[in-house]
Design a binder for this molecule. Structure first.
Ligand SMILES: [Fe+2]
Ligand SMILES: [Fe+2]
Length: 147
């Protein structure tokens, strides 16, 4: 079912937020000390708001799960580690697949969130496009916004 229903989206997001495996991301930081957990939650909320603004019908649980798990690489990036930029989507996917059973769209959301940097893995659904855009927006806000 594809709709644009806030209850379906936030229901799925809240279930994930309570999951102990997802909460492991509270121990990792990125973007000036913001936790990876908070970053993923911001990306999830922003991607859903963008879908609402665009009037796009989406699979809400898939958007919530893909967005919340897009940085499930479970480590804090070392400064100036450029390889991280290219490598972490695959690591996040590997961890997420070990911990959850994902659908194809969720796999692609995680793999494509750094596109176009990772040229070979473009977003293949509306949900993946939303997360790819929301990730860049949230990263800029976390890096350059007022604290
Ligand atoms: Fe990322
Ligand atoms: Fe991200």
């Amino acid at each position: 079912m594809h709709t644009n229903d806030a209850a379906r989206f936030y229901g799925a997001l809240n279930r994930l937020e309570r999951d102990a495996k997802v909460r492991q991301m509270q121990r990792c930081t990125q973007h000036k000390g913001n936790t990876t957990f908070r970053h993923c939650r911001s990306v999830a909320v922003s991607s859903f708001r963008l879908a609402q603004w665009l009037g796009w019908r989406i699979d809400e649980p898939t958007l919530a799960r893909g967005a919340m798990l897009h940085e499930f690489h479970l480590y804090t990036r070392r400064r100036n580690d450029l390889r991280h930029l290219f490598r972490h989507p695959r690591l996040a996917l590997r961890n997420a697949e070990a911990a959850f059973s994902l659908n194809d769209k969720e796999r692609n959301i995680i793999l494509s969130h750094m596109w176009p940097l990772t040229l070979a893995t473009p977003p293949r659904s509306k949900e993946a496009v939303l997360v790819m855009l929301a990730d860049k927006y949230c990263a800029c806000r976390e890096l350059y916004g007022r604290r």
